[in-house]
Design a protein around this ligand. Structure first.
Ligand code: IDP
Ligand code: MG
Length: 150
């Protein structure tokens, strides 16, 4: 099974969207294997967004992400990285389709509620930034045998 890193950003936390967001992934049939609620230290924000360090929006992105606690998660499932990117919607909430998390809950690109890894390589890198291997739990969802055809 594949894994991806997902994080409810401070605006999502402060708007009380954590439960709704977790429910969407649970309802999809994905499996939660790790979670933590915390304010991110600067180093992990820089590591997380290392491809954006030189972008003009990076200072405001960092201020946004460090503006309050985040809810960090690892989700598991077949092809989970691509599935979760489709469930959250495109980066700009104004362009994100209705029915996606960003499409349903956001307006500004700099307040887009949620992060998710964009490739299996990013997922592995981001999971390792935020979680120790021992923090990833192994268990079976009771409905796994019917969610998956094989
Ligand atoms: P993603 O979150 O959909 O993967 P990225 O391009 O990786 O999008 O950008 C990371 C985050 O940086 C976005 O989710 C958003 O919070 C912020 N961001 C991206 N582009 C802009 C921008 O043009 N202005 C302000 N913030 C931006
Ligand atoms: Mg990204």
């Amino acid at each position: 099974m594949d894994r991806t890193f997902v994080m409810v950003k401070p605006d999502g936390v402060q708007r009380g969207l954590v439960g709704e967001i977790v429910a969407r992934f649970e309802d999809k049939g994905l499996k939660l294997v790790a979670a933590r609620f915390e304010a991110l230290p600067e180093k992990r924000v820089n590591d997380q967004y290392k491809e954006h360090l030189e972008k003009p929006f990076f200072p405001s992105l960092k201020k946004y992400i460090m503006g309050g606690p985040c809810f960090l998660m690892v989700w598991e499932g077949r092809n989970v990285v691509a599935i979760v990117r489709r469930v959250i919607g495109v980066t700009n909430p104004q362009e994100a389709a209705p029915g996606t998390i960003r499409g349903d809950f956001g307006i500004d690109i700099g307040r887009n509620v949620i992060h998710a890894s964009d490739s299996p390589e990013s997922a592995a890198r981001e999971i390792a930034i935020h979680f120790k291997p021992a923090e990833l739990c192994s268990y079976t969802r009771i409905d796994e045998s019917i969610i998956y055809e094989y």
